[in-house]
Design a protein around this ligand. Structure first.
Ligand SMILES: Nc1ncnc2c1ncn2[C@@H]1O[C@H](COP(=O)(O)OP(=O)(O)OP(=O)(O)O)[C@@H](O)[C@H]1O
Length: 207
């Protein structure tokens, strides 16, 4: 399976945010998107996740399961926000995501206890998500990637608010994902520490 982006451009309001972005990623490969604030990293990820319409260009899967029309159907998207309900417990939130996402063909997610353990937070899954510290909340958002299998991970500043231990843990999760044939596209301001990756430097306004 390969992911192909060709000539992507996107607009927010009146402004063309980026233009003519192309890349190709095979199984086990990663793309790291960098660039200054406002240069369009999040916008690009939202286009890739199917949350925003591209102004032009295509993003598609080549050689993947035939029934999937768009890569977002095979993707986990982790945005700036963690997409968890503060009033629900960690377990309830993860359980929702596990059922909502389901497993893509070719893999299976781990159970909630194992996912919490993998992000170093076993033992607090009974707490409301809102009680957790910012870093613990981000760790739990990462656990979402583990409870349902998706071969493509689209991550927006995944390590913001993480301490050094969680940075290493995150690097380990990504490494395992890539070694299992997964694909990663991540926007970041800091090194992600998981080895080699293609890089895409966003420049900012193109109009
Ligand atoms: N709904 C919107 N309407 C108009 N402009 C928007 C909208 N959302 C974002 N923008 C603009 O699009 C540009 C790109 O924003 P984006 O969030 O993609 O940047 P980024 O590179 O992810 O920034 P950061 O590093 O700060 O997270 C910014 O100038 C922003 O103001």
């Amino acid at each position: 399976m390969r992911l192909l982006a060709e000539g992507l451009s996107a607009r927010r309001g009146e402004d063309l945010i980026f233009n003519d972005i192309s890349f190709a990623l095979g199984e086990g490969e990663a793309l790291v998107i960098t660039g200054p604030n406002g240069s369009g990293k999040s916008t690009l990820l939202r286009v890739l996740a199917g949350l925003l319409r591209a102004e032009s260009g295509t993003f598609r899967i080549e050689g993947g399961p035939a029934e999937f029309a768009h890569p977002h159907e095979l993707s986990h998207y982790l945005g700036h926000r963690n997409a968890m309900k503060r009033e629900l417990t960690v377990r309830e939130n993860l359980s929702f995501w596990q059922r909502f996402m389901g497993d893509s063909q070719g893999g299976s997610g781990v159970d909630i206890a194992a996912a919490a353990e993998a992000v170093g937070l076993a033992g607090i899954t009974h707490l409301p998500f809102g009680y957790l510290s910012a870093g613990q909340q981000r760790r739990m958002a990462m656990a979402k990637l583990l409870v349902a299998y998706r071969p493509i991970w689209l991550l927006d500043e995944p390590t913001a608010a993480l301490d050094a231990g969680a940075d290493r843990l995150f690097a380990g999760l990504v490494k395992a994902h890539l070694e299992g044939g997964g694909i990663l596209i991540a926007a970041t301001h800091q090194p992600l520490g998981f080895g080699s990756a293609q890089s895409l430097q966003m420049k900012g306004f193109t109009h």
